[in-house]
Design a protein. Structure first.
Length: 256
């Protein structure tokens, strides 16, 4: 999943600051190997402890900024369409009050459902973003309640709130999710294609009957051929239906 979301960061125009990424975990430990353009190792660190939210790697063109998540809540506790969610902002978000940022909406899989929103950080794009150490766009990562799947009405309300609260470019809103979040991605984007500039469903599935709504939208989809949780046929069916409707989705299927 790290590889897929590294590709995703490249898709929206974010390239790595280093040849080898600085890796952070939730306890603050880090390790890194940095190579120059010729492939020669110029820095190699054993595990240490992060004492600040910013780590500057000298001799490399860009400093690595640790992605910081802020927990928020839409609606009151007990509200059926309320959601806890994490917000990631670029480090320089407040420097230019006129700048509009891309917005990424990430939907997690079934394993991160619950009432502790910090669970959302453990896998997928949230984890990749924190490991990359930079937030080059505004990102929200809601948490699905303990039972059931993604509620598109609740996600719709959350998106409206975020578009109101943050300086984001409404023409650059990207939706992505994996597994159960892949299902949520297909569902929401097929119901509200007008809200999104692109969608990146990972190992999910949708309703092929609504695929015609996606014919004009950039779609990049990923699935593993041996997926025993979500059959790969679910992605194949969506891609085929979009193509039949005249769309040109980008589909990557991994062996094994």
């Amino acid at each position: 999943m790290k590889t897929i979301y590294s590709l995703f960061l490249g898709l929206i125009g974010i390239s790595g600051s280093f040849a080898q990424t600085i890796l952070f975990n939730n306890t603050g430990s880090y390790s890194f190997v940095v190579k120059n353009a010729a492939g020669v190792t110029i820095l190699n660190s054993a595990a240490g402890t992060v004492k600040a939210a910013r780590v500057v790697i000298l001799g490399v063109g860009v400093a690595g900024l640790q992605a910081i998540a802020t927990a928020k809540r839409l609606g009151e506790k007990g509200d059926k369409e309320g959601l806890d969610y994490l917000v990631y902002l670029p480090a320089d978000y407040d420097q230019d009050k006129a700048k509009l940022w891309p917005l990424v909406v990430f939907l997690h899989g079934s394993g991160e459902r619950g009432t502790d929103v910090q669970l959302v950080r453990k896998t997928g794009l949230t984890q990749t973003l924190e490991q990359r150490g930079a937030t080059p766009y505004v990102m929200i990562a809601p948490q699905c309640p303990p039972t059931g799947g993604w509620n598109t009405a609740a996600l719709d309300k959350l998106l409206d709130q975020v578009l109101s609260d943050y300086r984001v470019d409404k023409k650059r809103v990207v939706l992505t999710g994996l597994s159960m979040g892949g299902y949520g991605t297909w569902d929401l984007v097929s119901r509200r294609p007008d809200l999104f500039a692109a969608a990146v469903p990972v190992c999910g599935g949708g309703d092929p009957a609504r695929a015609s709504a996606l014919a004009g939208l950039p779609i990049r989809c990923y699935h593993g051929a041996a997926d025993f949780i979500v059959p790969v046929e679910r992605s194949r069916a969506m891609i085929a239906a979009i193509e039949q409707a005249g769309g040109k989705p980008d589909y990557t299927e991994y062996e094994g």
